[in-house]
Ligand binder design. Structure first.
Ligand SMILES: [Zn+2]
Length: 209
C-alpha cells in the first residue's frame, strides 16, 4: 500500500452500517481486500465496540453521533488484531442529573455557598458521580467516583482519563474509589473509566459553570 486511504472514518462507518449504495459497498470491499490496514483496523474496532455502544445507546435513549463515535475511536484505539481478540465491554453512561440545570433533582444546591457542581451519570450497572469546584486561575477541580446503583458498593477503577475536544488526554489520580484530576480548563470533555474488563465512557462532560 502506497497511496493514502481515500476513505474517512465516516465512510467506513457507513459501510459497516450498510448505509452505502451497492456500488460503493463493492468499491470499499475491493479496497479493503487489496490490503488497506487503516480500513481493516477501523472495521475490526467497529465490529467489536459498536454492538455494545448501540445497546447502551438504546437503553439510555441516547443517539450516538458520528462525532461521539470518532471520539470513542480516539479514546479506545484498536489493538493489534490477533486470532482471538479479547473483547472489552464498553458502556456509554447517560446523564441522569446535573445541578446546573433548573428543575432537576438537586436544583438549588448551587445557592448553597461552596456547594460543588454535581452531575450524575448512569450505565445499566453503575452510577458515576462527578463533582466540580472552582480552582485558581479560572480552572476547575474535577473529581468523582463510580458506585453500584444502590450506592452500597464503590468500584475503584484501574484508570480514568479525560479527553479534551482537541484529543488531549489528562489522567486522573485514583485514590481508592475516588478519582481526581489536576485543575483543568472549563470545556466539554469525554471521560473514560477503565476496569480490567470493562470501560465506561461519559460523552459531553461539561466542566465549568
Ligand atoms: Zn482504506
Amino acid at each position: 500500500m502506497s497511496a493514502k486511504c481515500p476513505y474517512t472514518f465516516a465512510n467506513r462507518l457507513d459501510y459497516h452500517e450498510g448505509n452505502v449504495s451497492p456500488a460503493m459497498a463493492q468499491e470499499i470491499a475491493n479496497h479493503i481486500s487489496s490490503g488497506c490496514n487503516e480500513c481493516a483496523r477501523s472495521l475490526v474496532w467497529m465490529r467489536s465496540v459498536l454492538p455494545a455502544m448501540h445497546e447502551s445507546a438504546m437503553m439510555g435513549q441516547l443517539s450516538v453521533s458520528q462525532r461521539a463515535l470518532k471520539r470513542a475511536f480516539a479514546i479506545m484505539p484498536p489493538k493489534v488484531v490477533r486470532e482471538n481478540p479479547i473483547k472489552r465491554a464498553v458502556s456509554v453512561a447517560r446523564l441522569l442529573m446535573d445541578n446546573r440545570s433548573n428543575g432537576m433533582a438537586f436544583a438549588g444546591a448551587r445557592d448553597l455557598s461552596g456547594a460543588p457542581l454535581r452531575a450524575m451519570y448512569q450505565t445499566d450497572e453503575l452510577d458515576i458521580d462527578m463533582m466540580q469546584e472552582p480552582a485558581s486561575g479560572g480552572k476547575w477541580h474535577l473529581f468523582g467516583e463510580a458506585m453500584s446503583q444502590d450506592g452500597e458498593d464503590v468500584f475503584s477503577p484501574d484508570s480514568v482519563v479525560l479527553i479534551s475536544s482537541d484529543s488531549h488526554q489528562i489522567g486522573a489520580e485514583v485514590d481508592d474509589a475516588e478519582f481526581s484530576f489536576p485543575p483543568i480548563q472549563s470545556g466539554t470533555y469525554s471521560l473514560k473509566i477503565a476496569w480490567d474488563d470493562h470501560d465506561v465512557v461519559v460523552e459531553d462532560l461539561v466542566v465549568g459553570a
